[in-house]
Design a protein around this ligand. Sequence first.
Ligand code: DC
Length: 236
Amino acid sequence: MKKINIAIDGYSSTGKSTLARELAAQLKYRYIDTGAMYRAVALYLRRKGIGQADLGQILWTDLLADVKLAFKLEPGSDRAVMYLNGEKVEKEIRQRSDVLNLVSHVAAVSEVRQFLVEQQRQMSHAGGVVMDGRDIGTVVLPQAELKIFMTAEPDIRVQRRFEELRAKGGQEDWEAVKANLQERDYVDSHRADSPLRQAEDAILLDNSRLTPQEQLEITCGWAREKIEAATPASSQ
Ligand code: DC
């Protein structure tokens, strides 16, 4: 069977990464979390003491030349985690609130987007990839055979994000989580370069009232249809 590419885009906290990871496991494909790459660049900047107000003065070519990103498998697991310049940064990119507050501004910088999009395209060259982000169906992989655009009602997304942060030991209150989510949605969908939007040929998935199992079954069905359609009859 042909190995297709699957693009999953959508708003923050719609469960994109959970679905993308599970779909990849079902299909024995590779999962690529592009948000982790933007977060790792934001972490690199924060460690240098750089904040939102400094982003306009940075010599991006020089700075990005020192940023080496890699996904590596955890020993004994099939879960890939983010490494920045040889150091595992998975926890920091998910938990540091200064990284969370900066990342959507970093993702609006064209030089950063070009730097990461290039790497994302290379990773999906041979097919067999499930990639999630904001611009996968529109910019990174416009030829992806299956494109899914995920959404859910705003309060449901805030609740999910709140529970996720609490489970990781975070202390944020509900209003702060809501404000951060709203700000990220706004910045992601209003930036000049590659704003978040549904590709014309993407299927809309509103999972407000779907269980994780239901949405996995639905999307697996879509993927199998696309794989069959992309595979020549002689090799099915
Ligand atoms: O999916 P996430 O929450 O880990 O994404 C972190 C930030 O990076 C968020 O502000 C959106 C941005 N992002 C992006 O602009 N393009 C992508 N392909 C992935 C993430």
